[in-house]
Design a protein around this ligand. Structure first.
Ligand code: FAD
Length: 423
């Protein structure tokens, strides 16, 4: 296979499957563990290849959680191939990205819309709940391409094997030709990969308060209005060791806030427990204490958050796994490579993994070819995802005395630039 760092998986030459061989089957039975962004994306792409897909998800999906999610051009191209036009679910074109000091002094701005000709697809600011719901609809709808995905909720996986067995905590076992581990940062499936046993997620030292707010609320206050009046504007206010990121989503009607600070300064316990880290309640007094030295307009905005919806997440990181596949098991998304959120590429990389995986498993793939084909998936993806993971770490580092004043310091090396926007 020819390889390129820009992940043009469609250019990979995949050996055509040979039919009528012993062990050959036309369509594969594929079990995906975890129905998050990566799991649903893989389900949609694999279903379109004609395979029978079962998605096993631990939660009930009773109350969808999550806030905004970046849908950069590389993610959007793939969503379009799934038949999902993110603008139709309220995702907002990102027009302008700016970096300012905590006193509102502007340091850098990139007029994204002016550069949009450089990418094949738009750069959007979406909402995870809207994206997740739409992926679920596409995966399970009857009239889609390929057999509808069977979604089993309230089904927690205890372990998987490398020969296609998935064991639920209830004791039930599901047999499959291929198992895909898409079970996120606290993955159980990754423990079936060689060399993974001692590799565990760890606290990156940073946590983030997250909440959303109706934009109308901020527009109604004269002091906060100037900060939020431009559509599609992503603002970053960077302090020495803390930052506030604000951007709109849901047709510019909702503002998303991500307030990143050192874990030790908030109440998050370092090394978050495996359970619901997305649901940890944040405390308003802590939020306001940490950002008290920011401009009064920012402090006012933060104080307008609804305390009932304030969450605080520890930002986790992990050493690179030596491999993402073993036998007929492959891991994708955060299960394979958890991302810090600083470049907004976690969901996009999970979607890229999903598309690549489906590309190497065409209809007619023989059982005995599967391990080699999964290795090809890993080969397509490993370097690109690992590199973007590293860029994300770099951009998340503290700025010391504040962001560099000189825009020329916003280099590829420091900021990962935009090479990852290409699909
Ligand atoms: P995830 O999206 O984390 O999905 C993993 C899925 O696996 C989850 O549905 C989980 O319940 C399921 N799972 C885990 N263990 C098991 C098991 N043993 N058995 C069965 N199922 C299992 N990122 C943002 O940028 N903004 C957000 O607002 C945001 N909100 C999130 C809310 C939730 C509830 C979750 C789970 C993740 C959220 N993320 C958010 C993270 C983001 O979705 C991922 O980092 C990224 O999209 C990669 O997706 P993924 O599919 O690899 O992992």
């Amino acid at each position: 296979a020819s390889t390129t760092l820009h992940g043009t998986y469609s250019s990979y030459e995949i050996t055509p499957a040979v039919t009528n061989r012993p062990g050959q089957c036309d369509d594969l039975n594929i079990t995906i563990v975890g129905a998050g962004i990566g799991g649903f994306s893989a389900a949609i792409f694999l279903r379109r290849q004609g395979h029978n897909v079962t998605l096993v998800e631990q939660s009930r999906f009773a109350n969808e959680v999550g806030a905004a999610v970046h849908l950069a051009p590389n993610a959007n191209g793939l969503l379009l191939r799934m038949g999902l036009k993110a603008e139709d679910i309220g995702a907002v074109p990102c027009n302008l990205i700016s970096t300012s000091r905590p006193n509102l002094e502007l340091v850098f701005k990139a007029e994204v819309w002016k550069q949009s000709h450089r990418w094949q697809h738009s750069w959007l600011l979406g909402h995870r709940v809207d994206l997740h719901s739409e992926l679920k609809r596409l995966a399970t709808m009857e009239e889609g391409k390929g057999p509808p995905v069977i979604l089993r909720t309230s089904s927690k996986v205890a372990s998987v094997s490398t020969d296609g067995a998935v064991t639920l905590t209830s004791g039930e076992q599901i047999r499959a030709d291929v198992v895909v581990g898409a079970d996120g940062v606290h993955s159980k499936t990754r423990y079936a990969l060689p060399g993974s046993q001692d590799i565990k997620p760890f606290g990156s030292g940073k946590s983030a308060f997250r909440f959303t707010m109706p934009r109308a609320r901020a527009l109604a206050e004269p002091v906060t209005k100037p900060l939020v009046e431009a559509d599609g504007h992503l603002n970053m206010y960077m302090g020495k060791d803390r930052r506030v990121v604000i951007y709109p989503t849901r047709d510019n009607d909702v503002l998303n806030f991500v307030c990143i600070h050192s874990t030790s300064s908030s109440e998050v316990k370092a090394g978050a427990p495996e359970s619901s880290d997305w649901q940890n309640t944040g405390h308003m007094d802590k939020l306001l204490e940490i950002y008290q030295d920011f401009d009064p307009a920012i402090v006012k905005l933060l104080s307008m958050a609804d305390p009932d919806t304030l969450k605080v997440w520890e930002l986790l990181d992990m050493e690179q796994l030596p491999t993402w596949t073993n036998g007929r098991l492959a891991c994708i998304g955060d299960a394979a490579h958890p991302f810090t959120p600083h470049q907004g590429q976690g969901a996009a990389q999970a979607i890229e993994d999903a598309a690549s995986l489906a590309c190497v498993l065409p209809l007619g793939t023989a059982l005995e070819e599967i391990p080699e084909r999964l290795k090809l998936y890993e080969k397509c993806r490993y370097e690109r995802a690992s590199r973007i993971q590293e860029y994300s770490r770099i951009i998340g580092k503290d700025f010391g005395e504040g962001p560099p004043l000189d825009a020329s310091q916003y280099t590829n090396e420091n900021f990962g630039h935009d090479e990852w926007h290409y699909t």
